[in-house]
Design a binder for this molecule. Structure first.
Ligand SMILES: [Zn+2]
Length: 687
C-alpha cells in the first residue's frame, strides 16, 4: 500500500478503527458490493500488521445520510476515540468522503494530527503531521464537495427540464392512474371515480370541506398506499377533513401538471438539530404549471372557484361559511363603524340581532351599532329578489337539477358498493370451487372467506335499500316549473332552508355593511354585489318590542282624570264611547288600560269601603305577620269580604281589634311569653 512505511509500532499498538458509512437504506440494500468492500477494510488492517482483536468496526451509521453529522452516532464515537488517542489509525473506503461536510473532515484531520492518528483508505496512508498529506487530504475533501455540488446541480437541472415538459413522474393521487403507455388517465375503477367526483360535487353543494365530510358520513373513501408492503394497493377508509382539503387543493384533479407545489426547507431547532420541513407554495409561485395535461374531474375554472371558496371559508378573515341560523346576512355583515365583522346573536324564539364584535374586544367605536336581524334581512332579501328577476327561471331550474343529481349520487355510490361486494363474493366462490377436495384446511378457510363476502354483500344491498328509502320523494317537474316562475314564493317557501337562502344570497352579494347613520331611528345598509356594484338602502329601525306605541294624549288625559276613581271595566266602556283607540289602532281593553296606568303611574280606585282595611294593614296594627291574618280569615275566626278586584277587605272595629289581640296573647305559638308560663305536660311516664 502507498505510504505503508508511515505505519509504526506505536500505531499498531493502538486500535485500528474501521468506519463504515452508506448514505441511504436503499444504498445499503442495493449496493451490497460497496458494503462488502467496506467490511473488507478490517482484513486490510490485519494485513498491515494490526492484531485481529485490535481491529474495531464502527458501522452504526450505515443507512444514515452523511450530509450532516448531527444524527450520526458512529461518527461522533469515532471522533471521541480519536480525541482520546485510543486509535492508531482510522480506515475508510474513501477518507475524503468520511464526513459529507468539509467541517466534519477538517475536525477529524485536526484531531488526528494532534493525537498522531493515521487516516488510511484505498489510495494510501495519510499522516496528518506531514504537510503534504494534510494538503492532499484537504484538496480531496474540497474536490469531493465540489463533485457533490455539481452532481446535485445536474440532477436537479435534469429533473427540472423533465418537469417543464410534464414528463417527470410523481405519485398520482387516488382517482388518477397511469395506463400501460405511461399516460395519465382517470382510474378505471368506477367506484373510485365516483367517490372522487362526489367530493367535488358535495363541495359545490355544501360549500365547505366539513360539509363534504358530513355528506360522506358512513361512506368510505379510497386511498392509494405508497411504499411499504401495501404499495399500490387501494384501501378504503373514513373520509377526514384533512383528506378532503388534500383532494380539493390538488391541481392534478383539474387535469393540470404541477411541479414544485411543495418545497422543503432546512430549519435549525432550539437544540441545534437541523430539521427538514415541507411547506406549500402559493399558486403564483409554482415553478411548473401545465394546464390540460391529462383528463381530470373538474375544469381549471372550477379549481380556481374551489380555491376562492376555501380562502373565503378561512375563518381568520373575510366571509364565514353559512350556518343553520335564520339570520340571513350571518357571516357577511360588517360594522361600518369599526370595519370589523358583526356576529349574529340569537335571543330565544329565533329572534336574532347583528352585533359588532368589538364589544368583546374593547375596540368599540362611537359608530358601532347593533340591529335586529330581520330589519336588515328583509331589506337585503327584497333587494336580492329585485335583482334576480331576469334570471328567475334559469336559477330555479338549476336548483332543481342539483337536487335531482344529489339524489342520484347517493344511491349511485351505494349501488357501486353492491357491485363491488357482489364481484368479491363471486371471486371467493370461484376460489372455493377450484380448490382440490383433499386440501381440507384450505377449503375451510376459503369457505369462511366466501361466507364473509356473502355477508358483506347482504350488508351492501341493505345499505343501498336504506339509502333509497331515506331519500325524500322528488317534487314533480310541473310543480318545480310553477315554483320557478315565482322565485319570491320559492324564496319564502317553508321547504327552503335558511342555509339555501344564504347560499343564494352569497351567490350574488359579496357583503353587507351597517353604515353609520345620524338619525337614530333609521339604519343605513350598504350592499356590495359580486359584480362590483354597490347599493345603499335606508330603513326604519324596528321599534323595541315590549313597549307599546305611545297612546294619543286625549285618551291618556281621560284615564289620568277618571282612573283614580273608576275601575278598569268602566274605563273600557267610557273610552269606547268616546271612540278612542290605542297607539296600535286597536280599541282599548283591560290590558291596554293597565299598560297606561303603569306607564303614567295612575292609581286605581280604592277597593275598600269605609272602616275596612287590608290584610297587610291589619297585620301591621297587630304586630304579627300577614300569614296569621290570612289563617284567621281562612278558618273563619275573622270576617272579611272579597272586592270585585279580588282583594280581601276586613271590616275593622274596636271589638275586632280587641278579639285579635286576645287571640295573640293566649297563643303559645304567637306569644312565647304565654308558652313559658304554661305547665309542662308529660305524656310518657316511666313505669
Ligand atoms: Zn364596530
Amino acid at each position: 500500500m502507498n505510504g505503508e512505511h508511515k505505519i509504526t509500532g506505536g500505531h499498531r499498538a493502538r486500535t485500528a478503527l474501521v468506519y463504515l458509512r452508506q448514505s441511504t437504506l436503499v444504498q445499503v440494500r442495493e449496493h451490497t458490493e460497496s458494503t462488502m468492500r467496506q467490511y473488507a477494510l478490517a482484513d486490510t488492517a490485519v494485513s498491515l500488521g494490526w492484531a485481529p482483536r485490535d481491529v474495531e468496526v464502527i458501522d452504526r451509521d450505515l443507512g444514515l445520510s452523511g450530509t450532516s453529522a448531527a444524527h450520526r452516532q458512529g461518527f461522533r464515537d469515532l471522533m471521541s476515540r480519536v480525541c482520546l488517542g485510543e486509535a492508531g489509525a482510522v480506515f475508510g473506503l474513501e477518507i475524503s468522503r468520511l464526513g459529507r461536510s468539509n467541517a466534519d473532515l477538517a475536525r477529524l484531520a485536526e484531531m488526528a494530527r494532534l493525537t498522531d492518528t493515521l487516516l488510511i483508505d484505498s489510495d494510501g496512508v495519510y499522516d496528518l503531521s506531514d504537510f503534504n498529506d494534510w494538503l492532499v487530504l484537504g484538496l480531496k475533501s474540497t474536490m469531493s464537495q465540489a463533485e457533490l455540488h455539481i452532481m446535485a446541480g445536474r440532477l436537479q437541472a435534469a429533473r427540472r427540464a423533465a418537469a417543464e415538459r410534464g414528463e417527470l413522474r410523481a405519485p398520482l393521487p387516488v382517482g388518477l392512474a397511469c395506463d400501460a403507455d405511461g399516460t395519465v388517465v382517470t382510474d378505471p375503477d368506477a367506484e373510485v371515480r365516483a367517490a372522487v367526483a362526489d367530493i367535488f360535487a358535495c363541495f359545490f353543494a355544501a360549500g365547505s370541506a366539513y360539509g363534504v365530510v358530513a355528506a360522506f358520513a358512513g361512506r368510505k373513501f379510497p386511498q392509494r398506499a405508497y411504499g411499504g408492503v401495501w404499495a399500490g394497493q387501494l384501501r378504503w377508509a373514513p373520509l377526514t377533513h384533512h383528506r378532503v382539503l388534500q383532494v380539493l387543493k390538488n391541481p392534478a384533479y383539474a387535469g393540470a401538471y404541477v411541479h414544485g407545489r411543495h418545497v422543503t426547507r432546512k430549519k435549525v431547532d432550539a437544540d441545534g438539530n437541523v430539521r427538514t420541513v415541507t411547506a406549500e407554495l402559493p399558486r403564483a409561485q409554482w415553478p411548473v404549471l401545465i394546464k390540460d395535461h391529462h383528463p381530470g374531474y373538474l375544469s381549471w375554472e372550477e379549481y380556481l372557484a374551489i380555491e376562492a371558496r376555501l380562502a373565503a371559508n378561512h375563518t381568520a378573515g373575510g366571509a364565514r361559511p353559512v350556518r343553520e341560523g335564520t339570520a340571513l346576512c350571518q357571516g357577511i355583515i360588517i360594522c361600518g363603524g369599526c370595519g370589523g365583522p358583526m356576529a349574529a346573536n340569537y335571543h330565544g324564539d329565533d329572534r336574532a340581532s347583528y352585533e359588532c364584535h368589538s364589544h368583546r374586544d374593547g375596540k368599540k367605536t362611537p359608530g358601532c351599532r347593533s340591529i335586529m336581524a330581520h330589519a336588515v334581512d328583509d331589506a337585503v332579501a327584497a333587494a336580492l329578489l329585485d335583482a334576480l328577476t331576469p334570471e328567475q327561471v334559469g336559477l330555479a331550474l338549476a336548483a332543481a337539477g342539483e337536487v335531482t343529481s344529489r339524489h342520484q349520487r347517493v344511491s349511485r355510490a351505494a349501488g357501486l358498493a353492491v357491485e363491488r361486494a357482489r364481484y368479491e363474493a363471486d371471486r371467493a366462490e370461484r376460489a372455493f370451487s377450484q380448490v382440490e377436495p383433499e386440501n381440507r384446511l384450505v377449503a375451510r378457510t376459503l369457505e369462511a372467506r366466501w361466507e364473509a363476502r356473502l355477508a358483506a354483500l347482504a350488508d351492501a344491498e341493505q345499505a343501498l335499500q336504506a339509502a333509497r328509502d331515506a331519500l325524500p320523494p322528488l317534487p314533480d317537474r310541473a310543480s318545480l316549473e310553477k315554483l320557478a316562475a315565482d322565485l319570491p314564493a320559492l324564496w319564502h317557501a317553508p321547504t327552503t332552508t335558511a342555509r339555501d337562502r344564504k347560499r343564494l344570497l352569497r351567490a350574488l352579494i359579496a357583503d353587507v355593511t351597517l353604515l353609520p347613520e345620524a338619525d337614530r331611528h333609521k339604519a343605513r345598509i350598504g350592499i356590495r354585489w359580486h359584480t362590483g356594484a354597490a347599493d345603499q338602502l335606508v330603513i326604519d329601525r324596528p321599534k323595541p318590542t315590549g313597549i307599546p306605541a305611545p297612546t294619543p294624549s286625549p285618551a291618556t288625559e281621560l284615564i289620568r282624570r277618571l282612573g283614580p276613581v273608576t275601575g278598569n271595566d268602566a274605563l273600557v266602556t267610557i273610552l269606547s264611547q268616546h271612540g278612542y283607540l290605542t297607539g296600535a289602532g286597536r280599541p282599548f281593553d283591560i290590558k291596554a288600560i293597565q299598560w297606561v296606568r303603569r306607564a303614567y303611574h295612575i292609581p286605581g280606585p280604592s277597593a275598600y269601603g269605609s272602616g275596612e282595611i287590608s290584610v297587610n294593614e291589619a297585620a301591621q296594627r297587630l304586630g304579627c305577620s300577614p300569614g296569621v291574618v290570612y289563617y284567621w280569615i281562612e278558618t273563619g275566626q275573622l270576617d272579611a269580604r272579597r272586592s270585585p278586584g279580588g282583594r280581601l277587605c276586613i271590616p275593622w272595629t274596636p271589638a275586632t281589634d280587641a278579639d285579635c289581640r286576645a287571640r295573640i296573647t293566649s297563643s303559645g305559638h304567637l306569644n312565647p311569653a304565654a308558652r313559658r308560663t304554661r305547665p309542662r305536660q308529660h305524656r310518657w311516664v316511666r313505669p
